[in-house]
Design a protein around this ligand. Structure first.
Ligand SMILES: Cc1cc2nc3c(=O)[nH]c(=O)nc-3n(C[C@H](O)[C@H](O)[C@H](O)COP(=O)(O)OP(=O)(O)OC[C@H]3O[C@@H](n4cnc5c(N)ncnc54)[C@H](O)[C@@H]3O)c2cc1C
Length: 323
């Protein structure tokens, strides 16, 4: 029997994968709102102001497309072009990345091969579906009750051969893995109703606008913060409001909500995955930063291969790179 800890995108993906492999597991998920619950779910092949290619994007997308199924949709993503340095022209940026970038006009680029994951719908769907055959326990997992027992672990009378921790930034409370320096990065977003001229594409002009269920999502911010901080700030709210005229035509909209959450980021911007170096049977699946939607399905497959077939993880994502 396996235990999965965490009800964000990472924990949901692990639970889904274990169910598909016909393995028995219990899934502990508390109800704390987290990064997954306010993620816009965008997957795109370029990163940052320099349009750097996203790491292993084609492989990640191949895995994501199969894994998410109908919850993942291709989107048209249009990005306003702001040169990083004066000499970086749009033609220079596109050169060599024609599969991913094309010029719309002097000011706008299309970022091809972009997708959006309906993250909340995916999590809710699999929480319901998996609870038909597996124990989905809507409680915080209390690390203090997890005790070694020979080659296994006991937890409140249950025996687990493996415990997979997918706790996002809340890993800070996990005494087995809190030696790893996962850094909190706060992201905030607005949720809007738009009544006229609804955007038909995902747009980025400073900030992103994209559909979010029946509403629209505008974000985000990236603030390195301490763990104990407010999740929303008035300053960022005002920054997001200031971005709206570049993203929406007219003013026929209403701001419904302003939300924030902490992403779990790492020193080298790669996830940290694998078995605890001393405590055999305990695994970490964390550090997905700003790219959980694209990274998680492929990384879940990697973790599964290491558990079931003792395959080595790629060094770039392995916990072993910390030692
Ligand atoms: C504003 C914002 C916008 C974003 N937009 C995008 C985007 O467009 N594309 C993209 O790819 N990524 C985006 N991200 C990042 C993405 O949200 C994360 O990479 C991803 O959701 C991380 O998922 P996770 O499951 O690892 O962590 P989390 O979402 O933090 O989930 C961890 C869960 O585990 C639960 N948990 C923790 N400890 C315990 C315990 N002991 N017992 C029980 N449950 C526990 C927590 O309550 C939480 O629900 C965005 C993030 C933010 C904040």
């Amino acid at each position: 029997m396996i235990a999965v800890i965490g009800g964000g995108l990472a924990g949901t993906a692990l639970a889904k994968l274990l169910a598909e492999k016909k393995l028995n597991f219990d899934w502990y998920r508390d109800k704390t709102p987290s990064a997954s619950h306010i993620s816009s779910g965008i997957l795109n092949p370029v990163t940052g102001r320099r349009y750097a290619s996203s790491w292993r994007y084609d492989e990640l997308i191949a895995a994501a497309t199969v894994f998410y199924g109908e919850f993942l949709k291709p989107v048209r993503l249009e990005k306003h072009f702001t040169p990083y340095k004066e000499e970086s022209s749009m033609d220079n940026i596109i050169r060599g990345k024609e599969n991913y970038l094309s010029k719309i006009n002097e000011h706008w680029l299309e970022v091809k091969a972009s997708y959006q994951l309906q993250t909340g719908a995916f999590i809710d769907y699999y929480t319901d579906l998996l609870s038909e055959k597996h124990a989905v326990i809507h409680q915080a997992f209390n690390h203090g009750d997890l005790l070694p027992d020979g080659n296994a672990w006991t937890y409140r009378g249950l025996i687990y051969s493996q415990v997979l921790f997918a706790e996002g930034i809340f890993v800070r409370n996990n005494p087995f893995f809190n030696y790893i320096d996962f850094q909190p990065n706060r992201g905030e977003a607005l949720l809007l109703d738009i009544y006229a001229n609804k955007p038909e594409v995902v747009k980025k002009y400073g900030k992103f606008i994209c559909p979010f269920g029946e509403q629209f999502w505008v974000g985000s911010s990236f603030d390195k913060v301490d763990f104990q901080v407010p999740l929303t700030t008035e300053k960022t709210k005002q920054d997001l409001i200031q971005a709206l005229p570049n993203l929406i035509e007219g003013t026929d909209y209403k701001i419904l909500d302003h939300q924030g959450a902490l992403r779990s980021t790492t020193f080298d911007r790669r996830p940290i995955i694998g078995e605890h170096p001393q405590h055999k049977g305990l695994f970490i699946f964390n550090g997905f930063g700003t790219k959980g939607a694209s990274l998680i399905p492929w990384c879940a497959g990697q973790l599964f291969s290491t558990i079931s077939d003792s395959k080595d993880l790629y060094h770039e994502i392995s916990i072993l790179r910390l030692s």
